[in-house]
Design a protein around this ligand. Structure first.
Ligand code: FO1
Length: 307
């Protein structure tokens, strides 16, 4: 069976470990809206979180960056007063950004760069960026726009977001391989990632979203909200900016039923949210805590059954 997963970073990586455990052929279409250029290097947080986590190199509790990381270069940068000091670049992580930046500079698309980096990490799933073009999430707050990373890392998402703008989305095309993967898939899963800053920037790539909506491949979403709270991260602050209720129903409605121009054919909610209704979308309740890979695999099997 061919499974395509739309995913963000930390939650997406944990979910993908369960999808990989099915032993099926898995392609992850990963958010690039978090990507940023800092200190002259192109950094792709969600692609790297998935690659390191599935490749066994991630720092488990941090959720991003490398295990066994050191921060000597970061300290040296700070000694020079080289801004931004609020974004932590680890010494091991830097090698990834140096290789990526050099390959991008040589003209390779991000999809080829990702494939090259994955040759080392062997994540066990195929990683594709949603687009090879520039697409960056900027946050409008207090009448000005901040790059997502500044809002998220420097200000811990404490500044009230009025709007999220996916800069470049209008011109962005699906990355090489994405449309073929969607066309050949037996099922598409929407990972329990942040719906606003991880999944929405993927769906902002118009041809990608159209391929989902107009395709015949069943799309099953897994709720990132359990009992009215995000499993991890700050989805609640992001949803608030869109006036979307921080509930399993709210996110299900945000994605919408395929029959109503949305993307969902089925919606998986936690047992705490059993009875959730989403217009036009069959809902199934199943424990959604990804406490370990076996639990995540059970969630994936339930999603495949829903498909
Ligand atoms: N998150 C932080 O909270 N602080 C950091 O200093 C930080 C550095 C960083 C470096 C590389 C990278 O790939 C991710 C990094 N992140 C950091 C996480 C990142 O901001 C978020 O994980 C994603 O963008 C949100 O999914």
């Amino acid at each position: 069976m061919r499974i395509v997963v739309l995913a963000g970073g930390i939650g997406g990586a944990r979910f993908l470990a369960g999808v990989r455990a099915t032993g099926e052929e898995v392609t992850a279409v990963v958010n690039v809206g978090d990507d940023v250029t800092l200190h002259g290097l192109r950094i792709c947080p969600d692609l790297d979180s998935v690659m390191y986590t599935l490749g066994g190199g991630a720092d488990r509790e941090r959720g991003w960056g490398r295990a066994g990381e050191t921060w000597v270069v970061k300290e040296e940068l700070a000694a020079y007063g080289a801004e931004p000091a609020w974004f932590g670049l680890g010494d091991r992580d830097l090698a990834t950004h140096l290789v990526r930046t050099r390959m991008l500079g040589a003209g390779y698309p991000l999809s080829a760069v990702t494939e090259a980096l994955c040759a080392r990490w062997q994540p066990g799933v195929r990683l594709l960026p949603a687009t090879d073009d520039r697409l960056e999430t900027h946050v409008v707050t207090g009448g000005r726009a901040l790059h997502f990373q500044e809002w998220w890392v420097r200000y811990r998402a404490e500044l009230p977001a009025q709007r999220f703008v996916f800069v470049g989305a209008d011109a962005a095309k699906p990355a090489a391989g994405v449309l073929d993967a969607l066309a050949d898939a037996d099922v598409v899963l929407v990972a329990p990632s942040n719906p606003v800053v991880s999944i929405a920037p993927i769906l902002a790539v118009t041809e990608l979203r159209d391929a989902l909506v107009r395709g015949t491949v069943p799309v099953v979403g897994i709720s990132p909200i359990i009992g009215g709270a995000p499993v991890r991260g700050m989805a609640d602050k992001c949803l608030a900016a869109l006036d979307v209720p921080c509930t399993a129903a709210g996110v299900g409605d945000l994605y919408g039923a395929r029959s109503a121009g949305g993307i969902l054919d089925a919606w998986l909610v936690d047992t705490a949210d059993a009875g959730t209704g989403v217009a036009g979308v069959p809902v199934r309740a199943h424990p959604l805590w990804m406490s370990d890979e076996a639990a995540t695999l059970a969630i994936v099997r339930e999603a495949l059954a829903a498909a």
